[in-house]
Design a protein around this ligand. Sequence first.
Ligand SMILES: *Cc1c(COP(=O)(O)O)cnc(C)c1O
Length: 494
Amino acid sequence: MEYVSTRGKAEKVSSAQAVLQGIAEDGGLFVPTEIPKADAAFLESLTGLSYAERAKKVLSLFLTDYTEEEIARSIEGAYGGGKFDDAAVAPVKSVGELSVLELWHGPTSAFKDMALQLLPRLLSEALQKTGETKETLILVATSGDTGKAALAGFADVPQTKIMVFYPDGGVSDMQRLQMVTQEGGNVCVEAVKGNFDDAQTGVKEIFGDGAFAAKLDGEGVRLSSANSINWGRLAPQIVYYFGAYADLVKAGTIKNGDPVNFTVPTGNFGNILAGFYARQMGLPIGKLVCASNQNNVLTDFLQTGYYDKNREFFKTISPSMDILVSSNVERMLYHMTGDPSGVRGWMEALATEGRYDAGVGMIQRFQNYFWAGWADDVKTKETIREVFEAEQYVLDTHTAVAWAVANEYRRRTHDERPMVVVSTASPYKFPGSVLEALGEDATGDPFALLDRLEKKSGTNAPKGLASLKGAKEIHEGSCEKDKMRDAVLAFAKK
Ligand SMILES: *Cc1c(COP(=O)(O)O)cnc(C)c1O
């Protein structure tokens, strides 16, 4: 299977090349030329399988230039070896009238692990396959979650290095600790004297600097990105939609072929787009409900066809969804229109004016697949408290947004098909906001918060977070925002 750019002006590539390149040369995103079909027999065959076996079956439909062995090796490395603290990897729990798909049992307790444990291995295999001899240096600017998940995924992966920039004072204590304690011979973490925008702008400028790329080339290093525009991050996420469906069949909640809905807490539109691919492949998904926080640009877009990022930016208690430009919308538009020149025009308008109008004609098409809603911080906290009181189940702040929107959807549409709420973080990742929502004291150091949440909920904090207590802080480097290039070069030479 080949991959083309959503903007139509780049050469077709194989999946290995798409993973290596990250972004197409015309600035577009790679999409598969056709969407493979998964029929009833395929679905049936998944029921008795482990997560890793399901992943092999689903991913081999997309990564057709990888050998079976390469795919198997990557998947075992990602999901095997006790890296996930639940044998099911992504278990489905029944909570009240809804089901919850828990995607946070990986090493960093957030759903980014589902893809970022696998992407580095697919990339490493791609380097071998294409005969690339240079080292790949992954550059990441992070506002918190992505940095740690990328570090954990790339640590000690052959022929790669990873460098993460975070805003000094701009991430939570726990997030900083998670990053600066990261072990591995190929990792580097630097605090940037500035805010997240400074860090991100710095990284983007480095990616766009041809002269700097040539300099790195001289050191035998090529830059690449691990953010969610890479096809190698999207494809692994398709698997858990199939996995959740197979688990519901196995549990007798549904019969094979029955439709189910999913509600997804959405930021960059990567997670929910993976659900869209699963649906296009033939997985019986009714509606994909797109849940946003107060940064509700996607709610407006899916309801009106008009995308406008020129609006106030809110810092919410679900920070991983504080996004105004959702990159993966571009892929959805491509698949819905099949018109790369249209997509190119919209993305150019977005880049220059911060807005574009996909036209009222798109609204009906969106509504065939999606429903959109949002919840503010007050509603989010209320939801955490209500669900805990009724079900003794603790939602994190992002999942609580989805829960609130899922219920709004059910109330407004009377759609009674089973609903799966996609849960993207452990509540222990955001213990302060969660404790506050539960009416508990939320002051003190991060470990005091973990203890308090353990007592309140009767569950245990994930090992990856609890073990940070007393862990050695390895990465103490920091740099001025205009000195990021020097830091990259110094690390590339190491
Ligand atoms: C990244 C993230 C999201 C948003 O996912 P997208 O794929 O960007 O839409 C939601 N919740 C958490 C906890 C995340 O880390």
